[in-house]
Write a protein of this length. Structure first.
Length: 342
C-alpha cells in the first residue's frame, strides 16, 4: 500500500467526473504530467461511472502503468499495487493467517485456564487475519471515504489459479474467508478504482476475468501526442529538443526495421529527461551515440542503432512540417491536455 499524503486534500475522480465531465478528468491527469489519449479517457470515464475494473492492454512502454499511477497521484488517493508474476500466492492476493500469533494466543489462553475448544475458537478472529494486496484495497474502501486505486500490473503474467482467486472479488466486491466470513465492500458505489494492465504477451487472460472488466487498448502515441507528452514531462526542454527527440524516436519506429524492439514512450521520456539534465541542446551523431543506452535494450539493437547513427542524426535535424507544427502548437497552448481526435 502507498498511503496518500495526509496533509493534502484528496479528490474523488468519480465525483469530479460527474460534476465537471471528462475534461475535468483529463485536467487532473495532466496536472500529474500525464496526457491521456481520447479513447482511453472515454473508457476510463465509463469505468469510473460504472464502478467497473478497467483492463488496459497495449505495447510495453506506452504509458499504461503511468496512467494508473498518475490517477492516484493526481487525486491524492491511497494506492495498492500487485505485480503479476508466476509465484503469487493466495497470501499475496487475498489473505493469510498469522499462525505464530494464533499458536501463541492458544497457549496463553490454555495457561489462563480457558478450555481448548474456546481458545481455538478465538484463533480465527480479525486480529490474526493478514490481508493480501487486492483484498486489502477492497477492505480499505469499506472503511474510508475516498476510494483507493488498486493496480494489477502485468496481469498477463498472472496464473490461472490467481485469476480464479480474483473473480469473486472483482465481481462482487468481497471475498469469502473460510472460518471468518466475507471481507470487502458490497456497496458498489464505494468500490476501489481497479485498473488491470497487460502487455498481452505471456498468456491470454481468461474470459471470466475479462467479462468483469471494461476494456481499452492504449495505442503507441502519435507524433502529435508524443510532442505534448514530452513537453509535459520535461517542461524545461526547448521546442527544438522536443521536436528532435520526437523525430529521432519516430525514425527508429518507422524506418529502422532491423531494430525489432522499438523504443516506447517510456524510452522517449527517459531520453529527453536525461538530455535536459545534462544540458544537451542538439542531437548530433556524437550525442546520440552517448545516449544509445536509452534506446536499445539488447546488444543486437545497440549495434543496429550504432550503425545507423548518421541516419538518426539526419532524422533528428531534418525539418518535418507535421512535427514542427505540433511542437509550435503545443508550446503555445499550455492548457491543451487531451487528444481531440479518436
Amino acid at each position: 500500500m502507498i498511503q496518500k499524503n495526509l496533509s493534502k486534500p484528496s479528490i474523488n475522480p468519480r465525483e469530479a467526473l460527474e460534476h465537471d465531465g471528462v475534461d475535468a478528468l483529463a485536467d487532473l491527469l495532466a496536472g500529474a504530467g500525464y496526457i491521456i489519449q481520447r479513447r482511453a479517457l472515454i473508457d476510463l470515464a465509463h469505468a469510473l461511472r460504472n464502478r467497473k475494473p478497467l483492463l488496459i492492454e497495449g505495447p510495453r512502454g506506452g504509458g499504461k502503468t503511468a496512467l494508473a499511477e498518475s490517477l492516484a497521484q493526481a487525486c491524492n488517493l491511497t494506492s495498492f499495487y500487485l505485480q503479476g508474476m508466476d509465484d503469487l500466492t493466495i497470501a499475496d492476493v487475498l489473505y493469510s493467517w498469522d499462525r505464530e500469533a494464533q499458536t501463541q494466543m492458544v497457549r496463553q489462553e490454555l495457561a489462563a485456564g480457558i478450555s481448548l475448544s474456546e481458545a481455538q475458537a478465538k484463533q480465527f478472529s480479525r486480529e490474526y487475519l493478514i490481508l493480501g494486496e487486492a483484498l486489502a484495497a477492497f477492505n480499505y474502501a469499506d472503511t474510508n471515504v475516498d476510494p483507493p486505486v488498486l493496480i494489477l500490473d502485468e496481469a498477463d503474467k498472472l496464473t490461472e489459479k490467481i485469476e480464479d482467486m480474483l473473480l469473486q472479488l472483482l465481481g462482487r466486491g468481497c471475498a469469502h474467508v473460510p472460518r471468518f466470513g466475507n471481507i470487502g465492500v458490497r456497496d458498489r458505489p464505494r468500490w476501489p478504482i481497479v485498473i488491470l494492465l497487460s502487455n498481452d504477451i505471456r498468456h491470454d487472460l481468461s474470459s471470466p476475468l475479462r467479462s468483469r472488466c471494461l476494456y481499452t487498448w492504449l495505442d503507441p502515441p502519435a507524433p502529435r501526442e508524443e510532442v505534448r507528452i514530452l513537453h509535459a514531462r520535461a517542461p524545461r526542454a526547448s521546442p527544438d529538443l522536443v521536436g528532435s527527440v520526437t523525430r529521432l524516436i519516430n525514425c527508429i519506429r518507422r524506418d529502422m526495421p532491423a531494430v525489432r524492439d522499438k523504443p516506447g514512450l517510456r524510452e522517449s521520456i527517459d531520453l529527453i529527461e536525461a538530455l535536459v539534465r545534462d544540458g544537451v541542446g542538439a542531437l548530433t551523431t556524437d550525442v546520440i551515440d552517448q545516449y544509445l543506452c536509452f534506446l536499445g535494450k539488447r546488444h543486437k539493437e545497440l549495434l543496429n542503432l550504432r550503425q545507423g547513427l548518421a541516419r538518426l542524426e539526419m532524422a533528428a535535424c531534418r525539418a518535418d512540417d507535421e512535427i514542427n507544427e505540433w511542437v509550435e502548437w503545443g508550446f503555445s497552448h499550455e492548457a491543451y491536455v487531451m487528444e481531440e481526435a479518436a
